[in-house]
Design a protein around this ligand. Structure first.
Ligand code: SF4
Ligand code: SF4
Length: 129
């Protein structure tokens, strides 16, 4: 697979394949995000925190919990169930991530790396995931 450099990313269009939501790993919550998601779900903050978050190993932040199959707890059949208030970490993927191997995860990047890539085949989206 050919590597994608920063210049190639100018035509990034999230195709909403949700591969990034199936990736094992922390979805860290930034200040205020737990509160915002709890309100969106019409839950009180304590109940939300107990049910949907865990403390990261470095004990610095809360992360969303995962399902048994390791995909994000909020990934539903139609995509992210908290799309309107999803964490900044999700919104920032992959454009603001310093993660050189994102192309092994991201569906758009996999398409982009194909020799027969055609940008018009991408389903446009204003945000990732
Ligand atoms: S919060 Fe939504 S966008 Fe973020 S990983 Fe979970 S399902 Fe995906
Ligand atoms: S950011 Fe990439 S992996 Fe995530 S939904 Fe969009 S195209 Fe798929």
């Amino acid at each position: 697979m050919a590597e994608i450099n920063q210049k190639d990313m100018t035509d990034f269009r999230c195709i909403r394949c949700h591969a990034c939501c199936r990736q094992e790993g922390y979805v860290r919550l930034r200040p205020g995000e737990a509160d915002r998601i709890a309100r969106f779900l019409e839950m009180d903050l304590l109940s939300f925190t107990r049910k949907y978050t865990r403390l990261t190993r470095d004990r610095q932040t809360l992360s969303l919990v995962e399902k048994e199959n390791k995909e994000c707890i909020f990934l539903g059949n139609d995509g992210c169930r908290i799309h309107e208030v999803k964490p900044g970490q999700c919104r920032d993927f992959p454009l603001k991530w310093k993660f050189s191997e994102f192309e092994k995860i991201c569906g758009w990047a996999k398409n982009r790396s194909r020799a027969d890539y055609n940008p018009s085949m991408d389903r446009p989206s204003s945000s990732s995931k």
